[in-house]
Design a protein around this ligand. Structure first.
Ligand code: DX5
Ligand code: ZN
Length: 217
């Protein structure tokens, strides 16, 4: 069985002119993790946040910083994100030829390692690396932008990921990212997810606390 549901607001949909206060506000509103979308305009068609911003945000919350790297290559920047205050660093296997090496690097820096499956990336991709991860992230949109529609076609992959985690006997977080609202949250939880990323549903709501509460199912 999945454990307690955790909510990770994605600051991609926050007011960037007030990012520190936005992080404090979702922290107070019950966020379990702070999801930080790092994009390079190359691996994905959008440019967002680098390690200097992560460092600047670090004093604004004690909650774990969940850094989702959508950059290629990722390896040259892993140490900078670790030093800036990331707690979890997640990578896409398409971002470089040596994901095993990248996961090793993340763990060698004392951080939790996450692995992200794009909608077109099969679940089997994780099998040879399963022992190396602390978090498995299933994308339910194409990465790059907030506000896209949840891809129900990925529910099967969430279920297959849950089976792998249970069979492993290990504590691996199963995170879902993209198009999460109260309705799709319920579907993702039923499929086995236990960490839900939500950008639009939290930051475009009038009330962060009730938006977060309404995602827990
Ligand atoms: C998309 C990002 C997501 C995004 C989710 O590439 O990885 O974290 O911010 O936004 P919503 O919740 O609006 O789909
Ligand atoms: Zn993300």
């Amino acid at each position: 069985m999945a454990s307690r549901i955790r909510i990770a607001p994605s600051i991609l949909s926050a007011d960037f002119a007030r990012l520190g206060q936005e992080v404090e506000a979702v922290d107070r509103a019950g966020a379990d993790l702070i999801h930080i979308d790092v994009m390079d305009g190359h691996f994905v068609p959008n440019l967002t946040i680098g390690p200097v911003v992560v460092r600047a945000l670090r004093p604004h919350s004690k909650k774990p910083f969940d850094c989702h790297l959508m950059i290629a290559p990722a390896d040259p920047y892993i140490a900078a994100f670790a030093e800036a205050g990331a707690d979890i660093i997640s990578i896409h296997p398409e971002a470089g030829p040596h994901p095993h090496r990248t996961l090793q690097l993340i763990r060698s820096l004392g951080k939790k390692a996450g692995y992200v499956l794009n909608p077109g990336t099969p679940i089997e991709t994780i099998d040879p690396l399963f022992d190396m991860i602390d978090l498995l992230l299933i994308m339910t949109v194409n990465p790059g932008f907030g506000g896209q529609e949840f891809l129900g076609s990925q529910l099967e992959k969430i279920r297959a990921a849950r089976v792998r985690i249970e069979n492993s006997g290990r504590e691996v977080m199963l995170e879902v990212d993209g198009g999460i609202n109260p309705g799709t949250a319920r579907q993702a939880i039923a499929a086995g997810a236990d960490v839900l990323v939500a950008g639009t549903a939290v930051f475009h709501s009038g009330d962060y606390a009730s938006a977060i509460a309404s995602l827990r199912g």
